[in-house]
Design a binder for this molecule. Sequence first.
Ligand code: BTN
Length: 245
Amino acid sequence: AGRNLYVKKETGSTNDDAKMAGLNGEAHGTLIVADEQTKGRGRNGRYWHTPKEKNVAMSLLLHPESDPAKAPMLTLVMGLALAQGIEKVCGQKVSIKWPNDIVLDKHKLCGILTEMYLHDGKCDVVIGVGINVNQEEFAPEIADMAGSLFTQTGKEYDRNEVIAQVMNAFEIDYDLFIENENLKLLKNDYEERLINKDKPVKVLDPNGEYQGTALGITDTGELIVEKEDGSRVVINSGEVSVRGL
Ligand code: BTN
């Protein structure tokens, strides 16, 4: 992945650029990087702030041969690659908050927004990644949850180095994903970093809330939670939110 690279000074959203690239027939593995986004998009319709030349905003275009229904797993593959790439750059172990927030010392460093498009009978997957690298300040209302590599380690980092390390990790992880078209071969690396593993969590789902212990993930990326009565539930991202206690 990442063989074709487009770098932009400013754009609306690299996810939109990658979608266009897909419509224009760009190859599997095309990566679009921007120094600044004016309409960066987060999950659930939220805005994603990308200040000029501070952070990484990039989107990877894939034409997976696997079933489009498996695309959500690619978000977890990218989450793991982000953790591994960032660890290489900053020399510290980072955690993954299921499904795919990357956390260093309780502050979220990265976000992933995966989008899928069907056109001409093919499925394009766009994995958008925002990494807070050298951003110095966060709005007061998010400052205790959000951070950057700079705010968490006190050092500045080369953004290109961050991109290279993350994409190198993704390339390896993607091949391991393709082998079984699931996360079986990545599960250990993922669970090693899972923030609530073997710890109490509160699960909020549309049917109410309950407490349990997060045990790990399934081969397809669902979180396994053991309830207080000993029964196990397997939860999907999307409908639920999981919090540490
Ligand atoms: C989240 O809400 O946690 C996901 C944030 C994803 C942000 C990235 S930045 C690059 C790409 N382009 C966008 O507009 N969004 C994603």
